[in-house]
Design a protein around this ligand. Structure first.
Ligand SMILES: [Ca+2]
Ligand SMILES: [Ca+2]
Ligand SMILES: [Ca+2]
Ligand SMILES: [Ca+2]
Length: 342
């Protein structure tokens, strides 16, 4: 009996203590005001580096000017892709490439890397390049890198390289857009445009603009042309040229347009690079230099004399003796060199 009574009393006391403890436990937080909401959810340490301050853009391109400045077409490799070769326009020696194929076998053709046309436009604020590809990739995307070089002193070697990677939006944006500069002037090596063994410099080594990062967050933009999913449009401020409105410009497309390897034909031998023309039997097929296309340069803001190195040859000589009757001419140094094509 006594033991039962003691046990019941103990349980009763314990219950009272638990109830009192709960009461005190509930009373404690009510005694202080709840912390403000900002303190309840402090930013996680991981969130900080992923959320840099938003870039404020002031200068955004709108529409391209109505009148184009200059235009240069380019070979359409889809016409010969089933023969695992380019139809023309691939001359490593003269710094021209038509290689929208995979290396070594050339049994994969990439329409998203095959430029068929390039047009440049200019207004007071912007230089615009429009680069039209043969098509999109299997998902209908422009999944390569696209860009253009600017040669402002017309000597055949570029000073700036503007690149846009994997453009996806039809709205102007800076994502994946870069502007590179050759500060030490070694792009082109000793023989501008042409291949030489001595130009193993550092190419475009200075990154002026990277997806909105840089002194001017609005320096360069890109978009997929709203009316044409196979054309990429790139805009860069004319202020880049520091007042000189004359230049030559040439378009590029590639899987990996490494700025440090400009000019490509100064950073490897012809044997290493290979060739996309089957008739160049000592070099065919393409090897280390693959998945790449370039266009000859066009004059913007001036009437070219015609012998500017790297310039598109618009008035080739009327008669060049070739078995097929077909030939292509290149501006190389101060002279024009024409080669037969089959
Ligand atoms: Ca092409
Ligand atoms: Ca130059
Ligand atoms: Ca060179
Ligand atoms: Ca350099």
């Amino acid at each position: 009996m006594n033991q039962n009574l003691i046990l019941r009393l103990s349980v009763g006391v314990a219950l009272v203590l638990v109830i009192l403890a709960c009461s005190f436990g509930q009373a404690t937080p009510q005694a202080e005001p709840p912390p403000p909401p900002t303190a309840i959810l402090p930013p996680t340490p991981e969130a900080t580096p992923e959320a840099p301050p938003a870039i404020e853009h002031k200068d955004v391109p709108v529409d391209l000017p109505y009148e184009r400045t200059s235009q240069a077409g380019d070979q359409d490799s889809s016409t010969t892709a089933n023969q695992k070769r380019a139809p023309g326009g691939d001359r490593f020696t003269f710094g021209r490439y038509e290689r929208p194929f995979n290396a070594n076998t050339m049994d994969q053709y990439f329409p998203e890397l095959d430029i068929i046309n390039s047009i440049f436009y200019q207004d007071d604020a912007w230089i615009y390049a429009t680069i039209t590809l043969r098509g999109g990739d299997k998902e209908k995307h422009l999944s390569g890198q696209y860009g253009f070089e600017i040669d402002s002193d017309l000597d055949g070697s570029g000073e700036w390289l503007i690149l846009a990677s994997n453009p996806a939006s039809t709205d102007w944006n800076v994502d994946g857009v870069q502007v590179w500069y050759d500060a030490n002037g070694d792009v082109g090596g000793r023989i501008t445009v042409g291949a030489d063994e001595y130009g193993n410099g550092n190419g475009y080594e200075t990154l002026l603009f990277d997806s909105g990062q840089g002194d001017d967050p609005d320096l360069a933009w890109a978009r997929v042309a709203p009316q044409d999913p196979t054309t990429v449009q790139i805009a860069v401020k004319t202020a880049l040229l520091t007042g000189d409105p004359t230049y030559m410009a040439g378009a590029w497309a590639g899987r990996d347009l490494n700025p440090a390897l400009f000019d490509f034909n100064d950073h490897m031998t012809h044997e290493q690079a290979g060739a996309a023309l089957i008739e160049l039997e000592n070099f065919y097929p393409i090897k280390e230099l693959a998945e790449l296309d370039s266009v000859c340069r066009i004059a913007v803001g001036f009437q070219p004399k015609g012998d500017e190195p790297g310039l598109c040859v618009t008035n080739p000589p009327k008669k060049v003796a070739c078995p097929s009757g077909q030939y292509q001419c290149y501006n190389f140094g101060n002279q024009q060199i024409c080669v037969c094509v089959p």
